[in-house]
Ligand binder design. Sequence first.
Ligand code: CP
Ligand code: NVA
Length: 302
Amino acid sequence: MKQDLLTFKDWSSEALTDLLALAAKIKAAPEQHNQVLAGKSIAALFEKPSLRTRVSFDIGINKLGGHMVYLDSQAGKLAGREDAKDTAANLACWADAIVARVYSHDTLVQFSQAAKVPVINALCDLYHPCQAVADYLTLQETYGSLDKLTLAYVGDGNNVTHSLLIVGAILGVNVVSVTPEGYEVDQSIFELSQKIAQKTGAKITQSSDVNAAKGANVLYADTWLSMGDETPLEDIKRIFDPYKVDEAMMALTGAEYVMHCQPAHRDLEISGDLIDSDKSLLMQQAENRMHGQNAILVTLLT
Ligand code: CP
Ligand code: NVA
């Protein structure tokens, strides 16, 4: 039976640990994996803009011996021309997998039901699973192990936060989500992460107080306005300003490193100086997008 990756919520600790190990293996010896997707074609459909996800999938698939077709659907939503399920069923006639960045998670569910090939979530309103794989791979490389680590996400509770919470819980990493009141993560996803964490021993917590990030190893920032959010920046700047990740926040919390999924907005959610500092893991995260996704493709397609 085909396996999709819409979210990691049903994955076991063993399966996720194996995925990270495979990503590290492919990264260490790419020449040993350069034919694993030979003859395979992947359709990648984007309803929203992308730099990292689009390019890392395209180049990554190429490095595995496969081929990617990019479908730009940004000019209009899929529903504009034909039903999402018909788009997916058609793509599955030719492609061996579908990678999709969409507005609504429901579109991915429809893709999954209609397509006879694996569907991979390249970001939706609720999750960004490929990002979380790259991020935990980066932490594993940086610390040698994920044991006893604490990650503090600071900013808007969003798709990236949700995936960090779920994957952190599964891997046994403590995650604290620090968000302004009214900008918390989806509470059903938070509760699910806490439930998963009961089995793995991770501590999953949330707060609107930045002091809750004290003692974290790493601070994680993301944009205050996710793609598709039309709220004027001026309306939220005042609310989010205390949550800016900068040198003062690093000093307050004692964190050793800073992460950001990017695109980053210098001197808004994160200071430019911090991005350019030796505390920054941003480019390691970006590089690991490709290795993490390659491991996902190999796991689902071979
Ligand atoms: N982090 C991330 O997904 O970047 P893009 O939006 O550029 O793909
Ligand atoms: N939360 C951001 C992530 C971008 C990679 C967004 O959805 O726009």
